[in-house]
Design a protein around this ligand. Structure first.
Ligand SMILES: C[S@@+](CC[C@H](N)C(=O)[O-])C[C@H]1O[C@@H](n2cnc3c(N)ncnc32)[C@H](O)[C@@H]1O
Length: 287
């Protein structure tokens, strides 16, 4: 199947799905916005530690591009830490809410939000080498058909020496789903390497177990680790850090147990990594 990155059923179906999720998420406990109103943040502990590691002196004056920012909870967390942030997401209600919240909490001059498909980014935000940090986390590339092009877009925006911070669910966990295995374990459902989309009709949502989405047809892609790391390298970036984790900030499987600070993990053994982090950097000014 050939996918047009700039339009088509994949984009329309996924956008309708995400548009419908926005009010559901805003009404949920999962997306608690109160810390933002107190000038604090809602970053999960993995991303927060990653940002502190990359910027031990804080984010004052740091220019951040947040790809697939949803309604800006993490973007505004970074703005509350002092960064100037541009958030990009293809969902109009998400972007409208992000702008509204930026104004409400008083960071609008440093937090701008753009409604666009990731693959249109260079048309709506054309300045290359304009960000110190590209940030994109949790549930992002699974919605994207073309990871090499995603990597080229990231490389385009990074200043010399600028860095990508990426964290997401681990593809070796994404091959499993459900609770039909022994003791409620998930069972093998999806091939690890599959260039074709999984076209799903799933009315559920991770933030609200009660909801039944009407726009439930989604197009999702598996991206093996070597595709992600290889694409970043092919785009000219150096992979500085690759870390596997046994926690993820949502209930990835019914058997996953809360482990504090919004994180979920296996009940006992570390059966498989559930998530991973990548830090990659653009060639430096002298590189
Ligand atoms: C799981 S959310 C990311 C959530 C983010 N980690 C958070 O919790 O705020 C995925 C986001 O990707 C956006 N998205 C999906 N496909 C996209 C595309 N092709 N271009 C831009 N945004 C997209 C959706 O609108 C949604 O806001």
């Amino acid at each position: 199947m050939t996918i047009d990155l700039r339009g088509g059923d994949w984009l329309d179906d996924n956008r309708s799905n995400w548009d419908e999720r926005v009010p559901v998420h805003l009404a949920s406990d999962f997306y608690d916005q109160e810390p933002l109103r107190r000038g604090q943040g809602v970053l999960d502990p993995i991303a927060r530690a990653g940002i502190d590691r990359l910027h031990p002196n804080g984010l004052e004056g740091i220019r951040v591009l947040h790809l697939q920012c949803h309604f800006g909870s993490d973007s505004l967390s970074l703005a509350n830490l002092g960064a100037s942030v541009v958030g990009l997401d293809f969902s109009r209600p998400a972007v409208e809410e992000a702008r509204r919240m930026a104004t409400e909490i008083g960071v609008a001059p440093r937090a701008r939000f753009i409604e666009a498909n990731v693959y249109d980014a260079r048309h709506v935000l054309p300045e290359p080498e304009s960000f110190d940090l590209v940030f994109t986390t949790w549930g992002t590339i699974g919605w994207l058909p073309d990871v090499p092009e995603w990597a080229r877009i990231i490389a385009w925006y990074l200043k010399p020496g600028g860095r990508l911070y990426f964290a997401d669910g681990h593809p070796s966990a994404y091959v499993f789903d459900g609770a039909d295995g022994p003791g409620g374990m998930p069972t093998f459902q999806y091939p690890y390497a599959n260039p074709q989309p999984d076209i799903l009709d799933d009315p559920s949502d991770y933030a609200d177990p009660e909801v039944e989405l009407q726009n439930c047809r989604t197009w999702e892609w598996m991206h093996p680790l070597d595709e992600v790391l290889g694409s970043l390298r092919a785009a000219g970036l150096t992979v500085d850090e690759f870390t596997e984790h046994y926690q993820v900030p949502w209930q990835i499987f019914p058997i996953a147990e809360p482990q504090g600070e919004g994180m979920f993990g296996w009940p006992a053994e570390r059966w498989l990594p559930l998530s991973y982090e990548v830090v990659a950097s653009a060639p430096g000014r002298n590189g």
